[in-house]
Write a protein that binds this ligand. Structure first.
Ligand code: MV4
Length: 533
């Protein structure tokens, strides 16, 4: 089981090695282990192959024929399906890295990517860690330390407190200075966990207690701090790259306000609200914070932006992010290749004034979720799976037709990125590309994304972190799974027609195929579903 699977031995011989001169010096890094799965593992494999680097996948029981395993030069089994017994087991991954003879480990996002202990373990085993220094990961992972680092660097930070809250008396003067409402946050938190809005002084003692209790049970760390609450902010983040010689650049911003339950759904670059002046200010603030924590490799500095375009530091993500492609599309810079080059000790090959923003890119995260069931994960077999193509369209996916969508991992199956010369063109192209997805067997969020592309506020760039709840309050979207309902109905319709001795005539849908023929046939049988908004 620990040998490369036969399919990969075949592929490696057939097309794995890259004989052409890629311009990358493989003296330091010849072979990389990718400690991840799904679309991000595929993304890193692609970068490796373009650079002439041999790539090694790892897989759990259920992933033995997953797309990343099929594409890799070599693949090693690392344990049972639950990630706690496979993708998260540091010792197993180090063991495979040694057995396979790799030079470096790329963690992708999620899993071990922001685990400072793992980064250190990789380095202690004389392997190259394709990520930031463990000290920077640890420092930014603590949201209170990150806040203090940002304050000391001179970057704008939300008004609030710089240290752990001990009791109400200690903070009450500060609270009145910034004014209600305030937001209590957990030092060990992030991603929205353990936050509490406090509207007045009466609520304060109880809120402090519950926030600390929640933080203790969620993170084993009850430290909390507070910030002024910024209502309906934009979430805008700056992509940075830093080499080992102190060279740093920012690659513009990404607008990530469209999210639900603190999970991003649609991201775009550039942000529709950010001006060149604010971009420069935010970029420079991001680099100050990165310098202050000795940052190296790719990273993201998150900011909250209010309607007056005041921006405030929020968090640093010490990893490659899901939404990195929108930045790649508008800058022409391959972030994964840059990560690998930085880790191998190369200097950045461009300076800030060499970075240009070209056009506009929008990413839709396609999740295997059922919008009709409050976006619960939808698992099963991808009975049909057809991806969009054509001008200005990029699809990064971790699946293929016939693949299983397991219950064990994140339900994101595909990312579709539409590029256009202007935001209007990017929206139209993203919408067009979405109509080309043909997915059955599981429910997906494709139709939700279509509804957003047709939303008047979205089209005008009027979005903030409350967009989904405000624009789609009743949560009703059709999903492609509906086709099954229509198929069943259409089969009945055929039977009915047969019995009536009349032919089922083909009708062509007039709106670019958004409505399937099954649906049209189904409707003839009087099947009606919740209409789209
Ligand atoms: C805030 C905020 C308003 N004011 N901080 C949510 C995730 C975590 N990283 C920080 N978050 C927020 N912090 C202050 N002082 C509003 C949010 C917030 C949010 C931020 C980014 C994207 C989506 C969000 C959804 C709800 C709340």
């Amino acid at each position: 089981m620990n040998l490369p699977s036969p399919i990969n031995l075949y592929l490696a011989g057939a097309r794995g090695s890259c004989p052409t001169d890629t311009g990358f010096d493989t003296t330091m890094i010849k072979k990389i282990l990718i400690a991840n799965r799904g679309e991000i593992a595929v993304r890193v494999i692609r970068a490796c192959r373009e650079m002439g680097i041999t790539n090694v996948a790892v897989f759990s029981d259920i992933d033995s024929v997953a797309k990343h395993v099929r594409m890799a030069d070599e693949a090693y089994h690392i344990g049972p399906s639950p990630s706690s017994e496979s993708y998260l087991v540091m010792e197993k991954i180090i063991e495979v890295a040694k057995k396979a003879g790799v030079d470096a480990i790329h963690p992708g996002y999620g899993f071990l990517s922001e685990n400072a202990r793992f980064a250190k373990m990789v380095m202690d085993n004389k392997l190259t860690w394709i990520g930031p220094p463990p000290e920077a990961i640890a420092r930014m992972g603590d949201k209170l330390e990150a806040r203090v680092t940002a304050v000391d660097s001179g970057a704008p930070v939300v008004p609030g407190f710089k240290s752990k809250i001990e009791n109400v008396e200690q903070i009450i003067d500060e609270v009145h200075k910034v004014g209600f409402p305030i937001l209590i946050k957990a030092a060990a938190g992030g991603g929205g966990k353990g936050m509490r809005i406090v509207n007045n002084e009466e609520e304060l003692p109880k809120a402090l207690k519950t926030a600390a209790n929640e933080a203790r049970s969620a993170f084993g760390d009850d430290r909390v701090y507070f910030e002024k609450y910024i209502p309906k902010p934009h979430h805008v983040e700056i992509q940075i790259l830093a080499d080992k010689f102190g060279n740093m650049v920012y690659l513009g911003e990404r607008e990530c306000s469209i999210q639900r339950r603190h999970q991003k759904v649609i991201e775009e670059a550039p942000s529709p609200i950010i001006t060149p002046e604010i971009r420069k200010k935010m970029g420079e603030a991001a680099l100050k914070i990165a310098s202050a924590c000795g940052y190296v490799n790719a990273g993201t500095v998150e900011f909250l932006v209010d309607d007056d375009l005041n921006f405030y530091f929020l968090e640093v993500n010490t990893r490659l992010q899901v939404e990195h492609p929108v930045t790649e599309m508008i800058t022409g810079i391959d972030l994964v290749k840059e990560q690998i080059k930085i880790a191998s000790g190369e200097k950045l090959s461009f300076k800030q004034d060499g970075i240009r923003i070209h056009g506009h890119a929008i990413e839709c995260r396609i999740y295997a979720e059922d919008p009709a069931a409050n976006f619960a994960p939808s698992t099963g077999t991808l009975r049909s799976y057809v991806e969009p193509h054509g001008v200005g369209v990029r699809v990064d996916s971790g699946v293929y037709e016939g693949a299983q969508i397991p219950i064990f991992y994140d339900p994101m199956i595909s990312k579709m990125i539409g590029w256009g010369a202007t935001r209007e063109e990017a929206v139209a192209r993203t919408r067009r590309a979405l109509t080309e997805y043909r997915i059955s067997g599981v429910c997906t969020t494709v139709n939700f994304h279509l509804a957003v592309m047709d939303n008047e506020n979205f089209k005008k760039g009027k979005i903030n972190t409350h967009f989904i709840e405000e624009q789609f309050p009743d949560n009703v979207f059709s999903s492609k799974e509906e086709d099954h309902v229509y198929k069943a109905a259409a089969v009945s319709a055929c039977l009915y027609d047969f019995l009536e001795n009349s032919k089922l005539k083909t009708r062509v849908s007039s709106d670019g195929g958004r409505e399937s023929n099954w649906k049209i046939a189904g409707r003839r049988m009087g099947v009606s579903r919740t209409p789209e908004k």
